[in-house]
Design a protein. Structure first.
Length: 78
């Protein structure tokens, strides 16, 4: 399990970089967004839908912004 369910403030930068280096893809408790755009209602709804998927049904998870969802965990535009 990614990060063993630890709070985000207990996760080190090295652990996050490992996800990128090892091309770990999205999974049940892990989601990536290259960017977050809140300019329109549609953009805000997309973020809320992602947040609901991570936190609603499963009660916890990690949403990382700045990593592209390409199925390999590669770093996206920052």
């Amino acid at each position: 399990m990614i990060f063993d369910g630890r709070p985000i403030d207990e996760i080190t930068d090295d652990e996050i970089l490992r996800i990128v280096r090892e091309h770990i893809g999205e999974r049940q408790h892990l989601e990536f967004k290259a960017t977050v755009n809140l300019a329109s209602d549609e953009d805000r709804l997309e973020l809320l839908a992602s947040r609901h998927c991570i936190f609603g049904k499963r009660r916890w998870g990690y949403l990382f912004v700045g990593i592209r969802d390409d199925g390999r965990g590669k770093r996206g535009p920052i």
